[in-house]
Structures are given as structure tokens and as C-alpha cells.
Ligand binder design. Structure first.
Ligand code: ADP
Ligand code: AMP
Length: 213
């Protein structure tokens, strides 16, 4: 069974956390443009103007992420599906994705939007920590890391940058969510509650869409 889906949601909504569970369950790769850009930055291959865009909480140019997605979704492990986490973020990105999939005779099954009120997002993002070795996502209050974790605090997870990222998100989703709603693909999910509770809601939505297809 194939499954091609997109996770949309503001920074800190829980996309990465839920993506890991869903990808394990459906045996599909998690494709995060944010992770790919951070990896390029760590390798020193990300152009300086993109590094600055990320540091300020703005978006990198559409063409840059579209090319990353084109190349990554072509790989063999994505033949039976994938979960796009943090892409698309603009309507031109969504249109480019449609074209790309169409050219391969594929289409998206569902776009899951995780809804979390703004008051919670700041705390979720600023107290997020990631284990550098395993990629596991922790939270200093809601999912405390074990003592031996090798923790990283993302440079853009500080209050002033998170505020900019939230503003950037609000501006870009103004168009993106209606775009997918019109296409009949959008499923909004309440992202408040325990991680396991939210997972159940997401799994329910995915099972429903696969039953109907
Ligand atoms: P995103 O990928 O959408 O930016 P993450 O999945 O990295 O978000 O989650 C942001 C932070 O919130 C992390 O520290 C994560 O541990 C925490 N988190 C995720 N889901 C929940 C939840 N349902 N309840 C409480 N904290 C959560
Ligand atoms: P994320 O890990 O999804 O929070 O992304 C971190 C940063 O990478 C964002 O604040 C943007 O600067 C950049 N980025 C990630 N995905 C995209 C995208 N689809 N379009 C533009 N910029 C992106």
C-alpha cells in the first residue's frame, strides 16, 4: 500500500514528533526540508544567504527547497510513499509538488494540518531539545531527555526567532491551507493533548483516507 502525505503546521506543532511514529508504522521515509537544510548547513554546503534566512526565521527561496524535494523523492526508498514534514510552505511550492507528482503519475493522499494554539507553540519550540546522535526529539517539560542524551538546542528555537517563525508561518498558511482545502485533501487535526492521543487522531485520519481510496 502506498501513502503520500504532507504535514503542515506551525513551528512546534508536533510535526516531527508525529512524523517519526507514522513513518515507522507505514514504513515510509520522513522527508523534512528543515532537517535537510540544517544538514547542508552543518556540512558547510548551504549558501550564506540561506543560512541567514534560516537564522532570522524567514523562508529560504522556493526553488531551493523544491529541488531538495525533487531529488529526495526520486530515491528508491520513497517509491511506495513518503511523509513531507515542513514542505510545502507556500502555494508555489504546493503547485510545484503537484506538477512533480503528476509527472510521475502519482498524487498526494492527504494533507494533515496540526492545529495548536499560539500560546503553546512558543513553549513547545523554546524548550525543544534534540539528541544529536539519535535524532530523537525531547522537551524539557513534556518529554524530558535521559541523562546520557547528547542534546542540541536549535539556533532558531530562541524566543525572538520563534516569534518571527510564527509570523512567517501565519503569512504563508493564509494561502496554503485553503489551497489544499479546495483540492479536498486537507484534514485538520487537534494537536493539543498527549503525544499518543494526537497520534491516534492522525492514524484515524490516515486509515480513513486509505479505506476510501
Ligand atoms: P515541529 O516539528 O512541528 O516543529 P516537534 O515535533 O519538534 O514540532 O515538537 C516541538 C516540541 O514539542 C518538542 O520539544 C516535542 O517534544 C514537543 N511536543 C510534540 N508534541 C507534543 C505534545 N502532543 N504535547 C506536548 N509536547 C509535545
Ligand atoms: P523547520 O525545521 O521545518 O522548522 O524549518 C527550519 C527553517 O528551514 C525554516 O524556518 C526555514 O527557514 C527553512 N525551511 C524549511 N522548510 C522550508 C520550506 N519548505 N520553504 C522555505 N523554507 C524552509
Amino acid at each position: 500500500m502506498t501513502l503520500r502525505l504532507v504535514f503542515v503546521g506551525p513551528p512546534g506543532a508536533g510535526k516531527g514528533t508525529q512524523a517519526k511514529v507514522i513513518c515507522q508504522k507505514w514504513k515510509i521515509p520522513q522527508i523534512s526540508t528543515g532537517d535537510m537544510l540544517r544538514e547542508a548547513k552543518a556540512n558547510g554546503t548551504l549558501p550564506q544567504e540561506l543560512v541567514q534566512k534560516m537564522a532570522s526565521g524567514g523562508l529560504v527561496p522556493d526553488e531551493a527547497v523544491i529541488e531538495l524535494i525533487r531529488a529526495r523523492t526520486e530515491k528508491e526508498d520513497a517509491a511506495n510513499g513518503f511523509l513531507l514534514d515542513g514542505f510545502p510552505r507556500t502555494v508555489p511550492q504546493a503547485e510545484a509538488l503537484n506538477k512533480l507528482l503528476e509527472s510521475r503519475g502519482q498524487k498526494l493522499d492527504i494533507v494533515v494540518a496540526l492545529d495548536v494554539p499560539k500560546e503553546l507553540l512558543m513553549e513547545r519550540a523554546c524548550l525543544r531539545r534534540t539528541d544529536k546522535r539519535t535524532g530523537q526529539i525531547y522537551h524539557l517539560k513534556y518529554k524530558p531527555p535521559p541523562p546520557d542524551a547528547d542534546l542540541e538546542h536549535r539556533a532558531d528555537d530562541h524566543e525572538d526567532v520563534v516569534r518571527n517563525r510564527l509570523d512567517t508561518y501565519e503569512k504563508m498558511t493564509a494561502d496554503l491551507l485553503p489551497f489544499y482545502e479546495k483540492a479536498g485533501l486537507l484534514k485538520r487535526i487537534d494537536g493539543v493533548g498527549d503525544v499518543e492521543e494526537v497520534t491516534k487522531r492522525v492514524v484515524g485520519a490516515l486509515e480513513q483516507v486509505k479505506r476510501l481510496s
